[in-house]
Write a protein that binds this ligand. Sequence first.
Ligand code: PEP
Ligand code: MN
Length: 352
Amino acid sequence: MLVVMKQDATQDDVRAVAEAIEDLGYKAQPMPGGHRTTVGLIGNDGRVEEGVLANLEGVLRIIHVSQPYKLVSREWRGESTEIALSNGVTIGGGDLVVMAGPCSVESRSQILESAHAVAGSGGAVLRGGAFKPRTSPYSFQGLGVEGLEYLAEAREATGLAIVTEAVDTDGVKLVAEYADIIQIGARNMQNYSLLREAGRSNKPVLLKRGMSATVKELLLAAEYILVEGQSRVMLCERGVRNFDNHARNLFDLTAIVTINELSHLPVVADPSHGTGATRKVPPMARAAVAAGADALIVEVHPDPAKAASDGQQSLTPRQFEELMGEIRPIAAALGKGVATPDRVPQGALSAP
Ligand code: PEP
Ligand code: MN
């Protein structure tokens, strides 16, 4: 429920509404706006009767949020959320943001080479897993802290922001020390203690859709993060399991449109995990931009055949450069540019 205050409502009126909400056993969240304050009611699992609230001094009207998720919904917040990164790039700010890099950080030279390629082709964010949630315990599990150190070095060298995954609650603080964006992977979308911990951190979160999760489940998972206080969350479509096996996953383009309708949070599209095959990545990346994704996240590896993970769906730097050339006019047709970091250090356009 949202209690919309009149333009001339006083601080005391807002306080009285918040107290009344708390007396009913819920949490109140005042949200000052340009013209008027709105007080949100959180913690209900069903319709709350307006009762006493509608008659309090300064109350203009009451809006019932019809969805089970609240803070993430467009009903709660009409304006799209913009997530500003320290390199001057904003996700959800109108321009398309491209995140790219290898599935895993494998070595210092591999991530630096990848970072220079991504920056040189106009990407804004470097991806790369230091902690890898692998289906098999015998597969490469990531370099851990060493990988985070290399990512930080790559950021210094190129001006790219860093997105990397935290796989457990202990990892959130560690990843937050190094990364600009904390990724929560598909396998952890419903790991509620991890979601809450990420919500308590001070870094934006990229939440990936679970392998068999509905859009509603994704939005409710994001709600766990927002309820803890972190509102800079982006939702990532990365394909879901389905009855057909023509591709690794079914890349759900409609979800991009649906999430945009239902939520104010930016949408990131991952055509790499969404398709599982290098040749299918560019067409689906182009389609995702056309469908209105705010950002792309694409796997790029200097030598995909030797990749420790997901080489079969990684682009070479050359293929990535071509893709960047293809998506620019698609973004432009939607009135969007492609965001570039405002700090591109010397040498970022050539290999180390
Ligand atoms: C990844 O980004 O490399 C990854 C493991 O993705 P997902 O969680 O979507 O499988
Ligand atoms: Mn991967």
